[in-house]
Design a protein. Structure first.
Length: 272
């Protein structure tokens, strides 16, 4: 199974890189208006979301697993509940960050087995950063990978660093959402400060927040605002492989995936 995960990992990495290239072509086009539309929940949708979805869906079609994507069609739970393994994809996580042009958007691809994310790929096109992980493989970060270049899996592994990376910071570093700050998050941070340790708060967009905990830059990521399974599945796989987990607010129960309701509960990302 380790070899299988390694093979699927490379397929997912290539899909993320190719999707990232397509997203950047739109992002950097001075004549592009991004083709912004509004979905039923009033969240934005751009032509970059759609193009990325098409590329990833085609790439993953060579595997035996179905795809659940934010930009795909609604799939009834009666059908999904029979899937023991599936891909969960966010073709462009951080669409608001994409529209703001602050660079903090990602491509998220996860493989989920029996509700548990066992493989994850997150690509940050603007920064040329790639996070990837799989059970029995480990968690890694590769900096400076251009989506135009097509390295082998061996090259990717050789040039990557294993997570977590020891950052050696003082006190507690909390990472929070750039676009969805809440009173509950503020109360969480205030409670940590009352415990006597210095607390540093950093903000970030999209699934990068989970990656920051996985790599050791941050100690905890509290999320007390709505998210969907495709927002967290890839980051959750990377966190698990790096010695962290994504818990319900009880701090003990890991999040599960392919639920009847695809909304996540409030959660906390922290080391085990």
């Amino acid at each position: 199974m380790m070899d299988n995960y390694a093979n699927y990992l490379y397929i997912a990495i290539r899909a993320a890189l190719d999707a990232g290239k397509a997203i950047m072509d739109i992002y950097t086009d001075p004549n592009s208006d991004f083709g912004i539309e509004r979905k039923a929940d009033n969240s934005p949708l751009t032509k970059a979301d759609k193009k990325s979805h098409q590329i990833i869906s085609m790439a993953l079609s060579v595997t035996p697993f179905p795809v659940l994507s934010e930009e795909g069609k609604d799939i009834p739970f009666a059908e999904r509940s029979a899937w023991s393994m599936l891909w969960i994809v966010d073709p462009l996580d951080g669409t608001k960050e994409f529209i703001k042009k602050n660079g903090e958007f990602t491509v998220n691809i996860a493989l989920v087995k029996q509700g548990v994310p066992v493989l994850g790929v997150i690509y940050v096109p603007v920064r040329k950063e790639l996070y990837f992980a799989a059970d029995s493989v480990g968690a890694f970060k590769l900096t400076g990978i251009d989506s135009v270049y097509q390295p082998s899996m061996d090259e990717i592994r050789d040039k990557s660093v294993r997570l977590p990376i020891s950052m050696g910071h003082q006190g507690i570093v909390v990472v929070a959402s750039r676009s969805h700050q809440t009173e509950d998050t503020t109360a969480f941070v205030d409670n940590l400060r009352k415990q006597g340790q210095p607390v540093t708060l950093i903000s970030s967009g999209s699934s990068l927040k989970i990656c920051l905990v996985a790599e050791g830059t941050a100690d905890v990521y509290p999320r007390f605002a709505p998210t969907m399974e495709w927002d967290t599945a890839a980051g959750h796989a990377i966190a698990r492989a790096a010695g962290c987990d994504v818990f319900h607010i009880d701090g003990k129960t890991p999040l599960k995936y392919n639920k009847k309701d695809l909304h996540n509960p409030w959660f906390i990302v922290k080391p085990l």
